[in-house]
Design a protein around this ligand. Sequence first.
Ligand code: PLP
Length: 455
Amino acid sequence: MPDRLEAVQRLTSNVFGAIYSPFQPKVICDRGQGIYLFDQNGKRYMDFSGGPHVVSIGHGNKRVREAMMEQMKKVSFFFRGFWLNEPLLALADHIIKVSPENFVMCQFCNSGSEANETAIKIAHQYHVERGKPEKYIVISRWQSYHGMTLGALSASGHTIRRLKFGQLLHHWPKIGAPLCYRCPYELNYPSCNIKCARALEEIINQVGSHYVSAFIAESIGGAATACMVPVPEYYPMIREICDRHDILFIDDEVICGFGRTGKWFGIEHWGVNPDIMTSAKGMTGGYTPMATAIIDRKIGEVFTEKGASFIHGFTMEGNPVSAAASLAVLDIIEKEGLIERSARLGEYLFKRGREKLLHHPAVGDIRGKGLLMGIELVKNRKTKEPFDPSLRVANRLQQIAMEKGVMVYPTFGVDNGVRGDTFLVSPPFIITKGEIDTAFDMLNEAFTDFEKEFL
Ligand SMILES: Cc1ncc(COP(=O)(O)O)c(C=O)c1O
């Protein structure tokens, strides 16, 4: 064991950056199986955060391992610029088959941030090819999260992640997020007349639609809004506004894509077809890095008609081993009916989550869809007053829950970007009802300890 302890020391000293958590990790993740992860001492943790939001079919799946091995036996890497890539072509076919009917092509990359960066560039080059190079502004929402790279971060309404990089970012305009629990316009649904969607048109008019390239939004919120689910009218209104102003709608499905919310893509809950969908996490279920921007027919046609290549690309994009892993994961999701399971178990997750946690005074709101749940922590449930931000209570709750053997994902800044602690739950789709109960029992205990400390 000393060598492992040494490794812990090294981890906390030599690895740059610990994903901006106020607490450094103290345990080594040694192995994973199904919905569980095990530390170096053999202690078992339920991966109730699925990664975060990555692990769909569970850890240690033999079929995925074998598919990757088979590909590795043939060839592990070749450059996409020189060779056709058979597993990648098959993967693109599969993704187009499960995407809404207007999608025809995939541009592959390696992370959610890259996928959004890529989508922003596709949108701009699409306008350039049509003789409208002045359309460059990307409108997004405050709060939102689209990634850490500079374009994706510019589009992200996430204060803590932006603050130290202000000079490097594009200061593109943002509208308020459709988060009813903390309505940015201080209105109530439905008398609000969906101000949060109408705000898009207002800002387009202010900026001038001839300057606006795209509107980007997470279909269902992730870290920044703790699984905010917009009201039914929201996306149909957004779609109509984008169409009227010749603006592309980029739908960030990095979390929701490939089944997390009980449909292949989160936006399907609204029956709306975006122009570009980005996805990453669940696409390989965590077996390898892989992401994509999925492209609408009209965009493909403009590039084809102009004979234009997309001026973009990453050396590692479309790695054949990652493509083989992703193909196997999507095949398992389809053959084992895991999307339907995610929808079905999602209902159970919310029922049990509310029964087991809502009696805690620190639980302000429970929201989300399918197997994606956000829980907002409040100091005062009646006034919705958040905790003192310096306490970073969501991170503390995550620590307590981890000690009890259950993993959740802490997030911060849901209240105007500067306050408001939340945490996310997004278990693998293979979780059972009994395991959901066990997870909430552990969380219930964690809350009791947490409230002794903070209330
Ligand atoms: C909605 C959303 N978009 C984009 C990203 C960025 O993805 P990645 O961390 O793979 O770069 C994330 C990551 O959490 C996300 O939740």
